[in-house]
Design a protein around this ligand. Structure first.
Ligand code: ADP
Length: 626
């Protein structure tokens, strides 16, 4: 019996498999089952189109068995089988589908990635076996053949005896090593779990003789054991069932089981699409953020099935980052099973599906916002940050898709409102959307600059998340209305006379103001204002970077020293203004102390740190003990 050599690419792949660099060896079973399922599909199709081939649908099964003593796992199907030539070409050559695009210079991680994402079909058997024996009989032949290989150095094909068409694959399981436990696969529970995990939705029954224990004598604790050929897979995926046959608890159980959540989902979206792309999808919005959602470890993605076979547990390409919280399953026939990750990413079909899913999720959220406000608010409290992040990410490329889904706290309504609701309720003569930023609603409410806007009876959006202001900056305007930060220096709320009056005060006191600015240095201007009611001072900003944004930059590890251009504004109606004016004439030393204290106050109110707290505290004591 002569040994035949594998084609060179196959040989290299086999080396890879035998040396098992890929840690998730479990997938070998999924690969073999999916081949078996294909073979059954092919045969069934033949029976529909070829009068010479008769098939009883009941006979289309996949049988799994294991033998602990002899260390074998056997997988048998009653499918189309392979002729001698087919055994030769199909199992002697790999990568004919080009799925691996096998390159010499791939590094270890890339290799793991390729195998990890898709498995490599039949050859994955060598991850767990030191010998593989395939006996097959084609529906088109009266003869059966056995293909056998112990790995990279070749394979043999010999005549065999087999009564019915189909394929039997015997895996001779490797001995355990220090790094790897192969014996675990020779176990009923393990095999059952693998089938459940990866092949549950295969549409043919996957059967295995399982041990059943029945209580014989309760008092004596005696059991009777017998074997039963049990079907391990549920066969019909929940997303393929008629919606009317699925109960809420079916959805919930499936969700909690599949996505390891201990809570019910907030929303279930079950739909199918036919046309430009064809797929079925079952999506879930969780009711709370997964424990690792805000960590680097969180992987977004939907489980991707093609024709009932899971080809990827988390296909990231199917979800935009701003919907990364969505869990679910997509089942399509538009993609082939053995598609490499690179090709998949570039796949036109996948892009179409992803686009479709994005717009479906968006529409569902819009509907929820319209019809079920309470649920939406609860959703938004959990995942709103993600949407706001989506608004400003990618230089605002997605802002128009998301701007109607985001909400902010309204000073007037004292609850979350949308931008549309804000604009719809704007006062006559109001032409801007006012907002104020801070670390909490309570703190923003006390900001001096908020008063003047409230006095005009204008609503203010309170931005409390660090992403908020970046999102607002990205949106730029809503319905033609610009956003205005109450903290900025040019709010333009005054009448012309008021503007003139304050302009004159500032001109008359230009020397005093310049002296203050020179003393403080950090600010770009000091000026009197008429916009404050009770507060003596406040800090405002001009330009693109606001004080709240500066705080975000300051907190970043790679902080590039981006600073807001700040202005110290002094309440012209406050007694402190008179005091400053008189000190400027009479006592320059005291004037400097007041300047420093007032600036520290303004920073404190704005929530900025005070660089020289000891000096300030000494100055305050100096002044108050006089
Ligand atoms: P792929 O399934 O992507 O083609 P595989 O390496 O898994 O790659 O299988 C190679 C080929 O071997 C299959 O395309 C199929 O023609 C054949 N094959 C594998 N397993 C079976 C089986 N159980 N019955 C019939 N043909 C099979």
């Amino acid at each position: 019996m002569t040994k035949k050599e594998f084609k060179s690419e196959s040989k290299r792949l086999l080396d890879l498999m035998i040396n098992s660099i890929y840690t998730n060896k479990d997938i070998f079973l999924r690969e073999l089952i999916s081949n078996a399922s294909d073979a059954l599909d092919k045969l069934y199709y033949r029976s529909l189109t070829d009068d010479n081939v008769k098939v009883d649908k009941e006979s289309l099964v996949i049988q799994l068995a294991f033998d602990k003593e002899n260390r074998t796992i056997t997988l048998t199907d009653t499918g189309c089988g392979m002729t001698k030539e087919e055994l030769e070409t199909n199992l002697g050559t790999i990568a004919k589908s080009g799925s691996l695009g096998f390159k010499e210079n791939l590094n270890k991680d890339d290799k793991i990635n390729i195998i990890g994402q898709f498995g490599v079909g039949f050859y994955s058997a060598f991850m767990v076996s030191d010998k593989v024996t395939v006996t097959s009989k084609s529906v088109d032949s009266d003869e059966a053949y056995t293909w056998e290989s112990e790995g990279a150095d070749g394979y043999t094909i010999t005549k065999a005896k087999k009564k019915n068409n189909g394929t039997e694959i015997v895996l001779h399981i490797k001995e355990d090593t220090e790094e790897a436990d192969f014996s675990k696969y020779l176990d009923e529970y393990e095999l059952k779990s693998l089938v459940k995990k990866y092949s549950d939705y295969i549409s043919f029954p996957i059967k295995m003789e399982c041990v059943h224990r029945e209580l014989k004598d309760e008092k004596k604790h005696e059991y009777e054991e017998h074997k039963e050929n049990e079907t391990l897979n549920s066969m019909v995926p929940i997303w393929k069932k008629d919606k009317n046959d699925i109960t809420d608890s079916d959805y919930e159980n499936f969700y909690m089981d599949k996505f390891n959540d201990f809570d019910k989902p907030l929303k279930v979206i079950n739909y199918s699409v036919e046309g430009m792309c064809t797929y079925k999808s079952l999506l879930f919005i969780p009711s709370h953020a997964p424990y690792d959602f805000y960590t680097q470890d969180y992987e977004k993605g939907l489980s991707l099935y093609t024709s009932g076979v899971m080809i990827m547990e988390k296909c990231a390409e199917l979800l935009p980052d701003y919907f990364s919280f969505v869990k679910g399953v997509v089942d399509t026939e538009d993609l082939s099973l053995n598609i490499s990750r690179e090709i998949l990413q570039e796949s036109h079909s996948l892009k179409l599906i992803a686009k479709n899913i994005e717009s479906k999720i968006r529409k569902e959220l819009e509907t929820m916002l319209k019809d079920n406000r309470e649920t939406y608010e609860s959703f938004f409290k959990t995942f709103g940050v993600q949407l706001k992040y989506g608004v400003y990410n990618n230089f605002g490329a997605d802002k128009d898709k998301l701007k109607d889904l985001i909400m902010f706290y309204s000073a007037k309504e004292k609850k979350l409102i949308t931008l549309k609701e804000y604009v719809d309720n704007m006062k006559d003569g109001q032409d801007k959307i006012y907002y104020a930023a801070g670390s909490s609603v309570a703190k923003i409410d006390l900001l001096p600059q908020v008063e003047q806007v409230k006095d005009k009876d204008y609503d203010i959006l309170y931005l409390t998340d660090y992403v908020d202001q970046f999102a607002i900056t990205a949106i730029q305007d809503y319905d033609g209305k610009k956003f205005a930060n109450v903290e900025s220096d040019n709010l333009d709320l005054d009448s012309d006379e008021e503007k003139e009056a304050i302009k004159k005060v500032n001109e008359d006191n230009s020397e005093l103001l310049l002296a203050m600015k020179d003393e403080i240095k950090d600010v770009c201007e000091v000026k009197f204002t008429n916009k404050l009611k009770n507060h003596p001072v406040c800090l405002t900003s001009k330009g693109d970077v606001s004080i709240e944004m500066q705080k975000v930059f300051d907190a970043m590890p790679n902080n590039m020293g981006i600073k807001a251009e700040t202005i110290l504004e002094i309440n012209e109606k406050h007694d402190i203004s008179k005091k400053l004016k008189s000190l400027f004439e009479s006592d320059k030393d005291e004037f400097v102390k007041y300047t420093k204290i007032l600036y520290a106050e303004a920073r404190m109110i704005a929530g900025l740190p005070i660089d020289n707290p000891t000096e300030i505290s000494t100055l305050i004591c100096d002044v108050i003990s006089k």
